[in-house]
Design a protein around this ligand. Structure first.
Ligand SMILES: Cc1ncc(COP(=O)(O)O)c(C=O)c1O
Length: 445
């Protein structure tokens, strides 16, 4: 990568190609099927949210790159890698409306991006820029790994972490905004400083689209130093516009909803003096060259997933309306399928349609007696093994005085490869369990 550590010059003759944002021939239903023909046909895969999906044309392009590297690694390293990663960053920059390509780094995943941002917070405590007891705010529904990262880098460094309690089911953005303001007030008690807010764009479990733009604005008004948006699910799923959202740091995986193979995420950091001093936790020869360059070489490994972003964009552009069209149709279908299931089971959705993207929470019948997180895992395995349905389930503990309420919500996803039959298979499986008097107590540990 850098000419100073591999005994050679880096010959970069080509400027990154401009991403093509339009397409002439639209993909047909049978072409969609063959793009995802590697999916196990016995499984109704209504969980795109967890691991995403990658079409055959992108997998093939990745394999070509892997072979090119193995064929002549030195040539690939000196002449192709850096240029290819810059090309991917340029595509991402345009997709997310960043001001400059230097604001965009490519990392493995959202977990890595969170470590990069939070490590910086830990240094601020260690180097005396933050004081013990300074505050970080995060949502109660923050992703488990990110919560652990906050524990590892903020709590351990002396920071105080305040969680925003969120209602679920949720009906309006105002309910979220209200709780967020309450947490900020608590954070500022006794003159404490709020150094960082970690806000999800789409929470994982339960999934809800969070009004990030409004929350970022509130953070600015309330003097929160910096805002990091964990948008692991966002690109390809909901609107992702850096200038509009206005966060300091923002990460999203491209392997979830943007058809890239695992694993690739971008980490945006606003070009501002306040956003400097970000470093990749894996230190290489590139340390100090800026996060984008540091992240583009973290030692010898397979970088092919980071190089196929233009190919994923080509795939996306075979659909009517490109990524915007995909997002809208997936959203509409997720809502339609969610409503169909809720009606069939006599339950309700976890949020109104305008608060979800391509995933939605659907209440499961109370008679299934889901009464712990462990029940959700057992029921999920039961559905996988006995009915060929893959869907994550959330446990919502009843509040004081609540009796006979829905305690389990399934998170269904809709992606371009899904069919109506995927959801009727799930509907019928649950109906069968209910008609047989099944309860989660019947599942062994
Ligand atoms: C909100 C959120 N943050 C972070 C992650 C972690 O993503 P990854 O495993 O790709 O790092 C996820 C994964 O589902 C997520 O939903």
């Amino acid at each position: 990568m850098a000419s100073n550590h591999r005994n050679g010059d880096s010959h970069i003759h080509h400027l990154p190609k401009k991403p093509k944002l339009s397409s002439t021939s639209l993909i047909t239903p049978s072409e969609i099927q063959s793009e995802f023909c590697h999916h196990d046909p016995s499984v109704a895969r209504i969980n795109n949210g967890s691991f995403g999906s990658c079409p055959d044309s992108v997998i093939k392009a990745q394999q070509v790159l892997q072979l090119e590297f193995l064929r002549q690694p030195d040539h690939f390293y000196f002449n192709c890698l850096k240029e290819g990663i810059l090309r991917s960053r340029t595509v991402i920059k345009q997709l997310i409306n960043a001001r400059h390509v230097d604001e965009v780094s490519i990392v493995d995943n959202a977990t890595t991006a969170a470590a990069i941002v939070l490590q910086r917070t830990a240094w601020a405590f260690a180097e005396g820029r933050f004081e013990k007891g300074d505050v970080a705010i995060m949502l109660h529904y923050a992703y488990g790994a990110v919560k652990k990262s906050v524990e590892a880098y903020v709590t351990r460094a002396g920071g105080c972490v305040i969680e925003v309690q969120m209602p679920f089911p949720v009906n309006t953005n105002d309910e979220i905004i209200h709780e967020f303001r309450k947490a900020l007030e608590r954070g500022k008690e006794n003159g404490r400083k709020i150094r960082l807010a970690v806000i999800d764009h789409i929470t994982s479990m339960p999934c809800v689209v969070i009004p990030v733009k409004e929350l970022v604005k509130i953070c600015r008004e309330e003097g929160v130093d910096q805002v990091f948006v964990d948008a692991a699910h966002a690109i390809g799923c909901t609107d992702v516009d850096m200038q509009d959202i206005g966060a300091d740091f923002y990460t999203s995986n491209l392997h979830k909803w943007f058809f890239c193979p695992p694993s690739i995420a971008f980490l945006y950091s606003r070009s501002s003096p306040k956003c400097l001093d970000l470093h990749h936790p894996v230190v290489s020869h590139e340390y100090g060259s800026g996060l984008a360059v540091e992240s583009a070489w973290i030692g010898t490994r397979d970088y092919s997933a980071q190089l196929v972003v233009p190919k994923a964009l080509d795939f996306v552009n075979r659909f009517e309306g490109g990524i915007e069209g995909i997002k809208k149709r997936n959203h509409d279908k997720a809502v339609e399928m969610g409503q169909m299931l809720a009606k069939a089971w006599g339950t309700n959705l976890g949020c109104p349609p305008e608060m979800c993207a391509s995933m939605i929470m659907v209440g499961l019948p109370a008679s299934l007696a889901i009464s712990s997180d462990s029940d959700t895992l057992k029921l999920r395995a039961h559905l996988r093994e006995n009915f060929g349905v893959e869907v994550p389930i959330y446990y919502r503990a009843p509040k004081d005085g609540e009796v006979g309420v829905i305690t389990g919500y399934a998170r269904i996803s809709y992606q371009v490869y899904n069919t109506f039959e995927d959801y009727t298979k799930f509907r019928d499986a649950v109906n069968k369990l209910v008609s047989e008097g099944f309860t989660c107590n019947l599942l062994s540990n």
